[in-house]
Design a protein around this ligand. Structure first.
Ligand code: ZN
Length: 444
């Protein structure tokens, strides 16, 4: 049985959801707390529910955020967040509670909920969203955000082209393998959803662009994917960074009012700002008529995603969401440093903000026992601390040195290779060259 067997509608529906949230938090006090992030323009509370195991230190946890119902007429999104909350109380989610703070904002847009209408912005995040999410993310910059919408004929989205449920990797660049990484995660979400009986597909932002801008009539503009990453559709306001309106108004680079822009998912700016793992979701209340089924189909991929955030991805040094390749590729990359999740998050955000001031890291095999890696940093945020990470065919590494002096390193493995992770500090802009000494490669 799902939490809701009907789609709550209008003002009574919003009150029903809020009553349910209060009793949920009351019944799960040990792991759940509610915080009102702010109010909608018509003075409805916008609550968030935080779920975590309080016996474990937050410094060691990932920050995962679920938002829903920013578009008021997308009714299906109303029942998904309560289902996710209930999942988070179960035995199946105990590892998630131990290793993550999961923050669920079930109704981003209460005004739209009450009116049963869009009531959102087509030009950016709304002022309310900037205020409430900006405030939340100042303390909890997310490692992952998933934002729920819903398709549905007529009363639903104009872009419903028939019976889809969709996962949208919402990364707005292909930097540092992000396209592959987001698609890899999305495919695992699809697999889990299908295992539970819910057919999903993955659409990229380019595909989303065709819903909006493609021409369906034969003979006009072709109905085809655009070949560039659709930054412009997803968050045309590149200054949309969750700043509160007062701060934004003082920022002279803020886009002019009236400029035609569009931000579809709440998570796009988080990718640009903090290199968060970001997904848009489209459930479907048109094709799936039972509210409980909409909720369960929405939960399935999210549950899989949250579980992934407690495991270790093969190319990652530590458990958590795969957001730590900040430059380069799987062979040679620039990564955050830090002894726990909180320190690595802060390091990640700092390096990501400086990514344009690193060159593409280089590697070269000098002989069977020696690999050299070089990185150039030419920014001003000094001393710059980061790690250089190389994927090696060799089964282990003897030593790493810079200028003939041995330095500390760590290794970790995937199923067929060794990663050498070398923390470095650059005191001034320039080039660092590390020499890695290893036995000859053989198949391991
Ligand atoms: Zn929507």
């Amino acid at each position: 049985m799902s939490v809701f067997d009907h789609i709550p509608m209008g003002e009574e529906g919003l009150k029903e959801v809020y009553r349910w949230l209060d009793s949920f938090v009351e019944e799960n006090k040990r792991i759940a707390r509610k915080e009102v992030l702010g109010k909608s323009p018509d003075h409805w509370d916008i609550p968030a529910v935080f779920i975590t195991n309080r016996d474990m230190a937050d410094d060691h946890k990932q920050i995962a955020v679920v938002t829903a119902a920013r578009h008021g007429q997308e009714f299906g999104a109303r029942v998904v967040a309560p289902e996710i909350l209930r999942f988070l109380t179960g035995d199946e989610a105990s590892e998630i509670r131990d290793s993550q703070v999961v923050i669920v904002v079930p109704v981003v847009n209460p005004e739209g909920f009450v009116a049963n209408q869009f009531c959102s912005s087509r030009t950016s995040l709304t002022k309310t969203e900037r205020f409430i999410l900006g405030g939340l993310f100042r303390t909890y910059p997310p490692d992952m955000i998933i934002d729920y919408h819903s398709l549905g004929e007529g009363s639903g989205s104009m872009v419903d082209i028939g019976d889809m449920e969709v996962i949208l990797p919402a990364n707005t660049t292909r930097w540092a393998m992000d396209e592959q990484i987001h698609l890899h995660v999305a495919q695992r979400m699809v697999d889990a959803a299908e295992e539970a009986g819910w057919p999903y597909e993955i659409h990229t932002l380019e595909d989303l662009a065709t819903y909006y801008f493609g021409e369906r009539e034969v003979g006009n503009l072709p109905w085809t994917s655009l070949k560039e990453k659709m930054f412009l559709l997803h968050m045309q306001d590149s200054h949309d960074d969750y700043d509160i309106p007062e701060a934004a108004a003082m920022n002279t680079s803020t886009v002019q009012a009236g400029q035609s822009t569009y931000t579809n998912y709440t998570c796009g700016p988080a990718y640009m700002k903090w290199h968060s793992l970001v997904f848009g979701m489209e459930t479907n209340h048109g094709a799936i008529r039972d509210a409980g089924d909409v909720a369960e189909s929405g939960l399935a991929p999210c549950a899989a995603l949250l579980k992934m955030g407690s495991g270790r991805f093969a190319w990652e040094k530590d458990p958590g969401y795969p957001v730590n390749i900040l430059h380069g590729d799987f062979r040679v990359s620039i990564r955050p440093v830090g002894k726990n999740a909180a320190e690595r998050r802060a390091s990640r955000i700092r390096i990501w903000g400086e990514r344009n001031h690193f060159n593409y890291p280089q590697r070269e095999m000098m002989d069977l026992n020696t690999t050299i890696a070089r990185v150039r940093y030419f920014g001003e945020d000094l001393p710059m601390e980061f790690a250089l990470c190389l994927r090696m065919r060799q089964s282990h590494v003897h030593s790493v040195s810079i200028g003939g002096k041995e330095i500390d390193f760590e290794t970790f493995r995937d199923r067929c290779s060794t990663y050498v992770y070398i923390p470095l500090t650059m005191e001034r802009a320039g080039v660092l060259e590390a020499t890695i000494n290893h036995p000859p490669a053989k198949k391991s």
